[in-house]
Design a protein around this ligand. Structure first.
Ligand code: UDX
Length: 498
């Protein structure tokens, strides 16, 4: 994710609305949701616990839920490979050490003002962290390196790509740094291409040209370029340029993806960035994803799914951040109802802008969907997607959701809102061919028709076959000899070689 935003996806997606979309309010749901991974159910393949290698890795996550979870998953994976783990973390959104037995935790003062932590847009927050954390991070890491002389040597530093300042610090301390990218490689290509796209004028095109293809970056269209029409696009541009520079200067890139899914993009990044790329995902198939501390998983939906016919249910969730407006909520609800298909819908409190609690369904709808709908505040998504009754997923295409759906062979309806979700959706529909895209204004008739298309035996057949193909690949890549298995072995050797 590039933005954890309250989304304002309206009928027209002009500058003003996308500006609002880029505003990230670090509200209660965001701040409190972080509950680090329970330790530790590890996928058997490739993860045999090794004797301690006598090498320590220091990890530094970006302190936001969707960035911290994959970093902690990676930490657990490397721990299971025999490395000792130290976590440097900000006081803001500090993790709970009790959930990670065996790790050592090293807080640093991030200097974030309450107002900065609670009301800034994400790009600004990233910029501030990249400035305010420099001195405390360098001092802490430097102290850890001197302590390590008498204890266990520190092999390397792994940080989130967004924390680009850490490359300079690592260089100054002569410590190899690797980068974790929590989204995918294809969207990295898109941000790496921004300087070229800007030079060619793509970043200032009119709305009317948003459907044009970008031949320099197939299969993306202009509207899929990350943040192209945001008003803080200059800050975004500068940030992503620094992020890419930091990745290029690093000792390697670790990504939560697998070769069979993103082989061409991975090959391009290897060539263009001239660094090793380790596609070792899907992480959640190795280490279970974190639970959400704020929203309790409603397991009633599994019981409800148990009563439904195989592959009959559409699962609907727009992740943890994408808020919609009242009108869109109504169109979605009526679209689901009119599709005449069973559905399981995640509607978390506050998801409809302006409503703090649960939002009521439009009048007359409850009766119409009675018996074929189940609505929850928060679902055990991985279990839902793996359930035999689930036949489709209407998603915002956050990378975690997209990957989880691919891993379970569930075809998607794509409704991307912003940032990497746009290119993720394009890959889902045009490259992997495992989904349909809802375009333009949300409208009940169009929604119902798209749902019927995805869920119909005939029209959705090819997508289901492609989805089943990737599901198999996602499983095989983690088995001994599989691409992610081998990549993880290479990563462990790479780190051990420092
Ligand atoms: C964000 C961005 O949207 C995304 O583009 C980026 O790649 C990562 O950060 P988010 O919007 O929350 O994340 O979406 P996503 O990446 O899909 O993550 C949502 C996570 O919440 C998934 O792991 C999903 O399994 C989980 N979830 C969602 C639940 O467990 N239950 C739910 O009801 C809904």
């Amino acid at each position: 994710m590039l933005f954890w935003s309250k989304i304002n996806k309206g009928a027209t997606e002009g500058d003003e609305k996308l500006t609002a979309a880029n505003k990230r309010l670090l509200t209660g749901i965001h701040r409190l949701q972080f509950e680090p991974l329970p330790r530790t159910k590890v996928h058997s393949s490739g993860m045999e616990k090794l004797p301690m290698m006598g090498r320590r890795i220091v990890l530094f996550p970006l302190p936001l839920l969707d960035y911290m979870n994959p970093m902690f998953q990676l930490a657990e994976i490397l721990h299971a490979k025999g490395f000792s783990i130290s976590i440097i973390h900000t006081n803001f959104n500090a993790p709970n050490p009790k959930n990670h037995i065996g790790f050592t935790f090293h807080p640093i003062s991030d200097g974030l003002l309450a107002s900065e932590a609670s009301s800034l847009d994400l790009i600004t927050l990233f910029d501030i962290l990249n400035v305010k954390c420099v001195a405390p991070f360098r001092d802490r890491l430097s102290q850890m390196l001197s302590d390590a002389l008498e204890e266990e040597p520190i092999a390397c530093l792994i940080t989130d790509g967004m924390l680009h300042f850490t490359q300079t610090v690592a260089d100054s301390l002569k410590l190899p740094r690797l980068v974790l990218r929590t989204s995918n490689v294809s969207s990295l290509l898109a941000i790496a291409a921004l300087p070229l796209l800007r030079q060619k004028g793509y970043l200032t095109v009119q709305d009317s040209q948003s459907e044009l293809p970008v031949p320099e970056l197939p299969p993306l269209k202009v509207k899929d370029i990350p943040s192209v029409r945001s008003s803080n696009s200059e800050a975004f541009f500068q940030l992503t340029t620094r992020v890419c520079k930091g990745i290029k200067a690093s000792h390697g890139l670790i990504v939560n993806t697998f070769e069979e899914l993103e082989d061409p993009a991975i090959a391009i990044v290897r060539q263009d960035f001239q660094i090793p790329v380790f596609a070792i995902g899907p992480f959640h198939k190795i280490i279970p994803a974190s639970s959400s501390g704020l929203l309790t998983l409603d397991k009633s939906c599994i019981e409800w799914l148990n009563t439904q016919a195989p592959k009959s249910v559409l699962y609907v969730s727009f992740g943890s951040a994408a808020a919609i407006d009242e009108i869109e909520f109504g169109e979605i609800a009526w679209g689901l109802a009119n599709s005449e298909r069973p559905f399981l819908w995640v509607v978390w409190p506050g998801m409809v802008r302006g409503s703090k609690g649960s939002h009521p369904l439009p009048d007359g709808l409850t009766q119409m969907i009675s018996g074929r709908a189940h609505i929850v505040k928060w679902a055990p998504q991985e279990d839902v997607l793996a359930h035999p009754a689930t036949g489709g997923f209407w998603t915002h295409n956050g990378w975690n959701s997209t990957l989880e759906s691919i891993c379970e062979g569930v075809p998607m309806i794509c409704l991307p809102f912003i940032a990497d979700q746009m290119s993720n959706a394009r890959y889902v529909t045009d490259v992997w061919n495992v989904g349909l895209r809802l375009e333009g204004k949300l409208e009940r008739g169009e929604i119902a028709m798209t749902i019927r298309g995805l869920m119909s035996e005939k029209e959705g057949k090819e997508m289901r076959e492609r989805a089943a193909f990737f599901k198999e690949k996602a499983n095989l890549c983690l088995e001994e000899g599989g691409s992610s298995y081998k990549s993880l072995e290479s990563l462990a050797s790479h780190i051990s070689s420092f």
